[in-house]
Design a protein around this ligand. Structure first.
Ligand code: UDX
Length: 469
């Protein structure tokens, strides 16, 4: 199939490359020429496991190409995937002006009929508005434009895996021929005909083929927002439980494990910590709130989830201030900057808010991250960037873990404690083992579990009721 991908951001690059990998002829285009230049030099504008080799392999095979010639790219594809960003506007609504611009471009440049597929995360009913825009901009065109919705559920850090081995494929259509085209496009994934999957080195685990769910366009658009908002809700629920655990002397890890063993709940997305970040969950729950308000639906449930998320940094810093007395002039090392491991993405990363707040408190901030330091420099040019966690610990009065990079677990924590002025760790991702850290002599504060020091302080403060001895 001849496919055009509009937009070479996260979603566009992974989508275009993986569609080429399953055998389609794909041209990717973007109005940011510098991005196309980087790609045509064989580099990537983002860090994503397995993507580099996949791009190289498919470019070499002639199935994948990048061009800044938007018009030419439009003409090549029979199917056009719109993968243009829909960032939040001031009021939290999704900015769909890029989608409108794409409609204008397609209607103007098409030299054959097209299936236009929304892959960007868009508010419900965008498909209907896109259809109308194509009709209006293409009123003098002799070609026809069908519209479909095909939301993506890619997670950064595992996007190639999520595309080639999805849990499901959702296609929203309003006609049979669009459905058949999309079925044809995804047939290799549905039939797991992956020649040389980079994630499993060609030896993919056999599992049930992903369902290809055919719905209306409106429903497909809503599925995406509903999923991301539910994931955000689940994380905030875990954080709510964490606060109760801290007050009642329970352990959130034990509680969420007990919850997750119930298949109706499931263990995923119950990790309490500094809250959800990234370019998707924060903006999608906000856009969904705005959408609900617009149609008069009570969305207080989502608002509360957003509020709980916003307060994670407050309670984390309150704990640090309690232990350090004041943050002013304290040397604090932040371990982890990316919004989650396996990515260099810092958009809406909790670590960014944490650094901002520490600087507001006049703390001396040093940072380390395996991938995200370059991008962080653009936001915080004046803080200290360390070559490794040991340099970060050197002379630090506290370390704060903001991203649960697995490699932080296997650090030589005994050596780190010797390097620090005070072996004090605030683990915002419950990455480390409290007992092990305390055995190494650390004052250790996790989330949703009391440190031994906290537990003892609480016990001392709450006298047992008379006669309870
Ligand atoms: C998300 C959705 O998972 C994906 O399906 C969608 O397509 C895009 O948005 P992504 O933004 O890459 O993917 O990150 P995700 O893995 O969902 O994590 C989002 C945030 O939630 C991260 O900051 C992560 O640290 C946090 N998180 C996740 C928790 O705090 N607790 C959890 O249990 C899981």
């Amino acid at each position: 199939m001849r496919i055009t991908v509009l937009g070479c951001g996260y979603v566009g690059l992974v989508t275009g490359t993986c569609l080429a990998e399953i055998g389609h002829s794909v041209v990717c285009t973007d109005n940011d020429e510098s991005k196309i230049d980087i790609l045509n030099q064989g580099a990537l504008p983002i860090y994503e496991p397995h993507l580099q080799e996949l791009v190289a392999r498919n470019v070499a095979a002639g199935r994948l190409s990048f061009t800044a010639d938007l018009a030419e790219a439009i003409r090549v594809g029979d199917v056009i995937f719109i993968c243009i960003g829909t960032p939040p506007l001031q009021n939290g609504e999704a900015d769909i002006s890029g989608i409108d611009g794409a409609a204008r471009l397609i209607a103007r440049e098409a030299r054959s009929s097209k299936l236009v597929v929304e892959k960007s995360t868009v508010p419900v009913q965008s498909g209907r508005k896109l259809t109308r825009a194509l009709d209006i901009y293409g009123r003098n065109s002799r070609w026809s434009f069908s519209v479909a919705s095909n939301p993506e559920f890619l997670r950064e850090g595992s996007a190639v895996l999520d595309f080639l081995h999805p849990d499901r494929i959702v296609v929203g259509v309003s006609d049979r021929s669009s459905e058949l085209l999309l079925r044809e496009i995804y047939r290799p994934i549905q039939q797991q005909e992956l020649r040389n999957c980079p994630v499993h080195e060609g030896d993919c685990p056999r599992k049930n083929p992903p369902e290809l769910l055919v719905t209306s366009i409106n429903s497909a658009e809503l599925i995406k927002h509903a999923c991301n908002s539910f994931l955000a809700l689940k994380i905030s629920y875990a954080n709510l439980i964490a606060d109760i655990c801290e007050s009642m002397g329970a352990d959130v890890e034990e509680v969420t494990r007990g919850m997750g063993l119930d298949p109706r709940i499931g263990p995923a997305f119950l990790n309490a910590g500094l809250g959800f970040g990234g370019f998707c969950l924060p903006k999608d729950i906000q856009a969904f709130i705005r959408l609900g308000e617009k149609v008069g639906v009570d969305v207080s449930l989502l608002k509360d989830a957003e509020l709980i998320n916003k307060r994670r940094i407050d309670s984390f810093l309150a704990k640090a201030t309690q232990a350090l007395w004041t943050l002013k002039d304290k040397h604090i090392g932040v371990l982890g900057l990316a919004f989650k491991p396996s990515t260099d993405d810092i958009r809406f990363a909790p670590a960014m808010e944490l650094i901002t707040r520490l600087l507001d408190e006049h703390a001396h901030v040093s940072v380390y991250d395996p991938q995200a330091m370059e991008k962080t420099r653009t936001l915080f040019p004046s803080i200290h960037y360390c070559a490794d966690p040991y340099e970060l610990a050197d002379g630090a009065e506290a370390l704060m873990i903001a991203t649960e990079w697995p490699e932080f677990k296997s650090l030589d924590w005994a050596r780190l404690s010797r390097l620090m002025q005070r072996p004090l760790v605030f683990d915002g991702r419950n990455l480390l083992d409290r007992n092990e850290m305390e055995r190494l002599g650390f004052e250790y504060y996790g989330v949703g579990v009391l440190s031994t020091a906290e537990a003892e302080a609480r016990c001392a403060a709450v006298p047992l009721s008379p006669g309870s001895r």
